[in-house]
Design a protein around this ligand. Structure first.
Ligand SMILES: [Mg+2]
Length: 237
C-alpha cells in the first residue's frame, strides 16, 4: 500500500499486546467459583465454559451453553445466568503477562510517535485488562469503542479510529494500526484509508488475510519495528 507515511501508531489490546486466552481462563475460573456458590458443580461449569470460550470467544451465550452442557435444565437459565455473567464481567484479572518483548517494544514506540490503544469490549473489562498487563502507563490514550455508542461502533466501524485520531490531533488516514484481527484491525484502518500491520497471534492467528494488511508479522515487537521504520522515515524526510 502506498499513501502518506503514518504520524501516529494505534495498537489493539486483546491478542495483540497479551494473549487473550489468559484473560478468558482467569474469568472462566471466577465463573466456576460463582457457580459453586450457586450450588452448581463449579469445576464442571469452569471446564464447560473454557471449552465454549475456546470454540469462539466472540459468540454470545457462552455461559448459557456451558450450563446446558453440564446438565442444567433450560428452565433454570433465567435465574442462574445473570449472576454468573456478572461474575465474568466484574472479574478483575490479577496479572496478564504481555507477549514477550511487547512492553519494551511499546516503550520504544511511545518515545518515537504519538501512541494510542483502540479496543472493543465491555469498558470495565477492557480497563481491568489494561491494568492487569501493567501497560497502562505506556498507553495514555485508550479508546474503548463501546463507550462511543455501544457494540454497533466496534471495529471495523471507523468511529473508534476517528476518535483516536481526534485525541492524538492527527488525521485518521495518517495513523498506523497494529492488530491481530484482519476483519477488525486491518478493516478499520482500511475504512479510514490508514495502514495496518497484522500480527499473527492468538485466536485469529490462522484467519485469512482479508482484508489484506500493509504488512503481516508474527510478533508485536516485529510489528513495532516496522512501525518505527515508518515514523522515523518521515522524521528523516
Ligand atoms: Mg485483538
Amino acid at each position: 500500500m502506498s499513501g502518506p507515511a503514518p504520524l501516529g501508531v494505534v495498537v489493539d489490546l486483546d491478542d495483540t499486546l497479551y494473549p487473550q486466552a489468559d484473560y478468558l481462563a482467569s474469568a472462566a475460573a471466577a465463573v466456576g467459583v460463582a457457580a459453586g456458590h450457586a450450588g452448581l458443580d463449579g469445576a464442571a461449569v469452569h471446564t464447560a465454559l473454557r471449552s465454549e470460550l475456546a470454540a469462539g470467544s466472540d459468540a454470545g451465550g457462552t455461559i448459557d451453553r456451558a450450563l446446558l452442557a453440564v446438565g442444567v435444565p433450560a428452565s433454570s437459565l433465567a435465574e442462574l445466568v445473570p449472576p454468573l455473567v456478572a461474575a465474568f464481567t466484574q472479574h478483575t484479572p490479577p496479572r496478564l503477562a504481555p507477549y514477550p518483548g511487547a512492553e519494551e517494544a511499546l516503550r520504544v514506540l511511545a518515545e518515537a510517535a504519538p501512541l494510542a490503544c483502540l479496543t472493543d469490549g465491555n469498558p470495565a473489562i477492557q480497563a481491568a485488562k489494561v491494568a492487569a498487563t501493567g501497560l497502562g502507563p505506556l498507553l495514555p490514550v485508550v479508546v474503548v469503542t463501546d463507550t462511543l455508542g455501544g457494540r454497533a461502533l466496534r471495529k471495523p466501524h471507523p468511529a473508534g479510529l476517528v476518535a483516536v485520531a481526534a485525541q492524538l490531533g492527527l488525521p485518521p488516514e495518517r495513523l498506523l494500526v497494529i492488530g491481530d484481527r484482519p476483519g477488525k484491525d486491518v478493516a478499520v484502518a482500511a475504512a479510514v484509508g490508514a495502514r495496518a500491520i497484522r500480527v499473527r497471534q492468538g485466536e485469529y492467528a490462522t484467519a485469512p488475510d482479508e482484508p489484506r494488511a500493509w504488512a503481516v508479522v508474527d510478533t508485536f515487537p516485529a510489528a513495532a519495528e516496522l512501525a518505527l521504520d515508518q515514523v522515523r522515515a518521515l522524521a528523516r524526510g
